[in-house]
Design a protein around this ligand. Structure first.
Ligand code: PAF
Length: 287
């Protein structure tokens, strides 16, 4: 496995691989990898000849009050995990390499970033779309993989890929959950064991929603009320930022559950901001 730090070297290696007609996949990450990331790498390995994993804690997607400074990292551990999962190249640029002093070009997706995470974290998606398009331009992947846990991010990036005409196959892979149901997330590492149990409240709320839909309930207001009660009961100190019921593709809000409704929520559990989501009526086939 090769580790590459500079854009120039990465572009040279990609050129050589393309001449050899190798198919490349890219798994963009911010490091401190967990099973969710590794499942993407393993899936990428099945789809393409060469798997590139990028590790870059992207400063432009963090607001000044967010956890950029304390974002966990473990490069040595990550390199070991990537190698074991089948990664071939790890791209680890530093901030100056990606954002030199005179950097001034950003990519934004308009409507899809106005709700949910985009509303709660202004500027966040501008940072995400900018770094990911830059990674696309550097790595020229044939296939890119993102996790469903950051579902809005995946939908926004899919739109960007289409709008900007990148010839890239876009895979959104299912959320990997810890035993008990907590969605894998780097930020889970901030929790003590006790707090981790309380963090399960998001999953319990989503399961409640899904069970209500199974039992024939359709009104989102009623389901939302029940979800709030579940969160309060299982994590009394939780602060709910939003619970939203939206169309899977357009992210427009719905009042009554339909086939393509996804429920997303953002909740602060002991100051750690967690997000999760679930399709309520069906397991949407993710491609
Ligand atoms: O999901 C993440 O880890 C990040 O948002 C991404 C896609 C690597 C961009 O920095």
């Amino acid at each position: 496995m090769k580790r590459i730090r500079s854009i120039k070297s990465m572009q040279r290696v990609v050129r050589e691989l393309t001449i050899k007609k190798k198919r490349l996949s890219l798994v963009p990450t911010m490091g401190f990898l967990h099973e969710g990331h590794l499942s993407l790498i393993k899936r990428a390995k099945k789809n393409t000849d060469i798997v590139i994993v990028s590790i870059f804690v992207n400063p432009t997607q963090f607001a000044p009050n967010e956890d950029l400074k304390k974002y966990p990292h473990n490069m040595k551990g990550d390199l070991r995990k990537i190698k074991k999962a089948g990664g071939d190249i790890v791209f680890t640029p530093d901030a100056k390499e990606i954002y030199p002093e005179d950097f001034q070009t950003y990519v934004t997706v308009e409507d899809l970033t106005k709700t949910l995470e985009g509303k709660s974290r202004p500027g966040h998606f501008k940072g995400v779309t900018t770094i990911v398009s830059k990674l696309f331009n550097i790595c020229h992947p044939d296939v890119v993989l993102f996790g469903m846990k950051d579902y809005q991010q995946a939908i926004v990036l899919k739109q960007m890929t289409k709008d900007l005409g990148y010839p890239i196959k876009f895979i959104i892979a299912p959320t990997v959950r810890e035993r008990g149901g907590l969605a894998m997330s780097t930020r889970n590492s901030y929790f003590t064991d006790e707090q981790r149990k309380e963090a399960l409240s998001l999953f319990y709320a989503l399961e409640t929603a899904r069970n209500m839909v199974k039992a024939g309930k359709r009104k989102t207001a009623i389901i939302e009320r029940e979800m709030k009660a579940v969160i309060k009961a299982t994590c009394p100190s939780a602060k709910i930022e939003y619970i939203a019921f939206t169309d899977f593709n357009t992210l427009s809000s719905v009042k009554s559950i339909r086939k393509d409704t996804i429920c997303s929520l953002a909740v602060r559990v002991h100051k750690v901001r967690l997000i999760d989501n679930m399709m309520l009526m069906q397991h949407k086939k993710l491609k």
